[in-house]
Design a protein around this ligand. Sequence first.
Ligand code: THU
Length: 130
Amino acid sequence: MKTELIKKAMSARENAYAPYSRFKVGAALLCEDGSIFTGFNIENKSYPATMCAERTALYSAIGQGHKKFKAIAVIGSSPEPCYPCGICRQVFSEFCDGEFIFYICSEDGSCVEKTFDEILPYTFSFTTNN
Ligand code: THU
């Protein structure tokens, strides 16, 4: 499964729209039922409007009714592993438990493996009286 996710993330990276950073990222997200959704970064000339590959994949899966996820492969375009940004970590905390796995890849497909608990410990949560 790991190899398939990495392959799909690699091929999704081809669709990235990254004319400003020239840093293409691809992602492949494994849902609990075994289906896989891919994503890529989509930049904008108004830079903060840029969407990361991980969130493109996640939102696409959520749009098809998925809410439980097992793992994601993320691949950038540099020799270093492409660790998910802080915004993506926060967004994934809404839908993933501590055992969710990140395959964090370098451009050649080699990867480090981290659990969500390792990637984002002490997640934000709150209770309300409302
Ligand atoms: N990027 C991602 O797609 N995922 C991340 O986790 C980090 C950053 C993208 C956003 C932007 O298009 C490019 O990488 C450079 O920051």
